[in-house]
Design a protein around this ligand. Sequence first.
Ligand SMILES: [Zn+2]
Length: 210
Amino acid sequence: MRRLRYGTFLKYWNRKWTLVLKFRSQSEFAQCDICQELKSQYQNRNLCMGDRLQALKLYRTHLVSQYADRCSFWSLKDVAADQLSRILVLATDGADQAKYAIPRSPGLVHAHRAQKLVRPRLKLHAVWSFAHALRICVLDETTFHGSSMVIQALAMTIEDSMRIAGSRGAKPDTLAVIGDNTVKELKNGFCLRYLLSLILHKRLKCLRCI
Ligand SMILES: [Zn+2]
C-alpha cells in the first residue's frame, strides 16, 4: 500500500476539510501538573545544569509513559471490537461546563444584548463502549453531577452493551474502564465499589481500571 505524503494530506486538508473540521489550538488544552512543573524546572536558568538536565530527563520519561498509556488505550479499542475477546472497554469523560453555555450560536454570543444575559450551562458527560454503544448525558446546571451520575451512566451503558453483545454472540466477562483523574466524579470509592459489585454479583469475572 502506498503511503500518503504529508504534503498531499495538507493540500487536501486546506482545500476542503479545514472549513469543516477545526483543530483546537494548543493553548485550549489544559497542561498536566507534572508537565508544567518539569518544564518550568528545566527552563529555569537559576538552577544548575545538572538539575535542569535531570528535570528534562524526567519530563521525557513522563512523555514516554503518557504515550504508553495512549498505546494501551488504542490496543484496548481494537480488542473490544473482537467479539471473541469477551472484553468490554468503556471510556468515560465529561466536558467543561463553560463550553456548553447556551445559546452557543457565535452570532448570538457576541451580540451586545446577549452579553448581558446569564447563559445557563449544561453538563455533558459521555460513556463510550467501544464497538457497542455511545451514551451522551446532557444535564441541567443544577442537576447534581457527582459519582452517582457517572455510576448511572456507566450502568446504563454496560446494560446496553451486554444486550448488544449478547445479540451478536457471546457476552463480555471482562470490563476495562478508562477515565481521567476526577475524584469528584470517577476515581472515588463509590464508583470503585459499584464496579466491584459487578464481580461480586457474578456479572463479570475480571475488572481493570485505567
Ligand atoms: Zn503531563
